[in-house]
Design a protein around this ligand. Structure first.
Ligand code: NIG
Ligand code: FE
Length: 429
């Protein structure tokens, strides 16, 4: 059979396959290694994966690539980002170096609200123009699919503007984008001291408008087919002095009624029971988990909710405390990694850097970090059936890595080992 692209002689071909569900426990150390591997691709899909001798006997191709000395692995899925925003917060970086904490800056009217002001003032075209280079940087670092949250609008009009920016960016053939609505990301200044009323606004005005936007966008021919069939999630920042457990429950429950599956920012600084809330609501993921107590880790392990940890945040905030991802894997949590790229807590586009931090400070093995950044990350955005592993029938999103052993991805840091990126069967870098 003739295919479009055949990559062969990969010193290691790393599949990260896990039939039908995310990896847990011992399976996390298995990256599905094929030595001297090959992959055949047609119409943007993977047709076959196996030893070079077998795949080359079965297929000829319009384009062939000799990957001797390199590894081939799935494109990274970044399942938690705030990459659409205007401006920056480099001043807060200095404030933190001088001793202010992230939450102190937020409570003093900076933080998320400062990015809200810049984002409200930007046009949708400006948001797209500021975000596109960040997505291209992420692509060059190996990220082929990105979840993107709203949450810098904090009014209905700007939340929709952020979704429009995501839809415009999604027309690129370079990456797939998965949108998440997080109107309950912070309380905007005009609702200061009236959090419950702001939650009412999120539920009664924003959510119906967002659901309507989703319906209209899906039925427009300009919408990328991936975005048109992708889920739209609803998220909330469940945190002391932001949204409490009850308010978070109201937002996510209302989101579910509008057909938006739940995600949650839980236990970043204070434990408010966000993980058990996520599990009760069947959330696809619970993210941060820096101070989640062992009993809730245990519950998470028994659930289908993916735990997403974001160690670039701890690193960026200069904290020596990290989510206990080691204990989570050992307990059986389906664990994923993400950058959380945003202008405040993590101005970091790099999944390989996140893996490098996770290995050093959270004691993940490189194999665990890689599975957490591919197949489990795909499940954290509800797309494990389509993305995140190299197996026949999946979308052909993969990387050629300039190293002979996958462990180099986390062992080396600060550079870029990604040599080429294939998105839906096409070389895009
Ligand atoms: O995931 N913690 C809340 N939200 C983001 C930070 C966003 C920001 O600081 O702009 C996070 O860390
Ligand atoms: Fe976040």
């Amino acid at each position: 059979m003739k295919v479009d692209l055949l990559i062969y002689n990969a010193t290691q071909l790393v599949t990260c396959t896990s039939p039908g569900e995310p990896k847990r426990g011992q399976a996390m150390v298995d990256v599905g290694l094929i030595l001297d591997g090959a992959i055949a691709i047609a119409d943007g899909q993977i047709v076959a994966v196996g030893p070079s001798s077998e795949v080359r006997a079965d297929f000829t191709a319009r384009e062939t690539v000799d990957a001797t000395g390199k590894i081939v692995c799935p494109g990274f899925v970044d399942p938690h980002t705030h990459v659409v925003y205007a401006g920056d917060r480099v001043n807060e970086f200095e404030l933190r170096i001088r001793g202010a904490s992230y939450m102190e800056i937020m409570q003093a009217g900076g933080g998320i609200v400062s990015t809200m002001r810049a984002t409200r003032a930007a046009t949708v075209e400006q948001l797209v123009a500021e975000t596109r280079p960040r997505l291209e940087t992420m692509l060059a670092l190996g990220t082929t699919s990105v979840e993107i949250k709203t949450g810098y609008g904090l009014d209905t009009k700007t939340e929709i503007k952020m979704l429009q920016a995501i839809a415009l960016l999604a027309s690129s053939p370079h990456y797939d984008l998965v949108p998440t609505f997080i109107g309950a990301h912070a309380v905007p200044p005009e609702y200061k001291g009236r959090t419950d009323e702001y939650v009412d606004l999120v539920i009664e005005d924003m959510l119906p408008t967002v659901a309507e936007w989703q319906h209209a966008t899906r039925n427009t021919q300009h919408t990328s087919p991936f975005l048109a069939s992708s889920p739209l999630f609803c998220d909330v920042f469940c945190e002391a002095n932001v949204f409490d457990r009850e308010q978070s429950w109201r937002v996510l429950e209302a989101g579910l009624k509008f057909g938006l599956p739940a995600k949650i920012h839980a236990d970043e600084f204070a434990n408010l029971g966000g993980v058990s809330l996520a599990i009760e609501l069947g959330a696809v993921s619970a993210d941060h988990l820096d101070v989640t107590p062992p009993a809730e880790v245990e519950k998470l392990a028994q659930s289908n909710t993916v735990g997403v940890v974001l160690p670039a945040v701890n690193f960026n905030l200069g904290s020596a405390h990290f989510a206990d991802a080691r204990a989570m894997i050992d307990a059986g949590v389906a664990l994923a990694l993400a950058t959380d790229i945003n202008p405040g807590s993590a101005p970091c586009p790099s999944m390989p850097l996140v893996m490098a931090i996770a290995c050093r400070y959270q004691k993940l093995l490189p194999a665990e970090a890689l599975n957490a950044s591919t197949i489990n990350a795909a499940h954290a955005v509800g797309l494990g059936h389509k993305l995140g592993s190299l197996e026949a029938g999946k979308q052909a999103d993969l990387l050629l890595i300039n190293a002979p052993d996958y462990r180099h991805l986390a062992y080396q840091f600060g550079g870029n080992l990604v040599e080429r990126v294939v998105k839906r069967g096409q070389f895009v870098t």
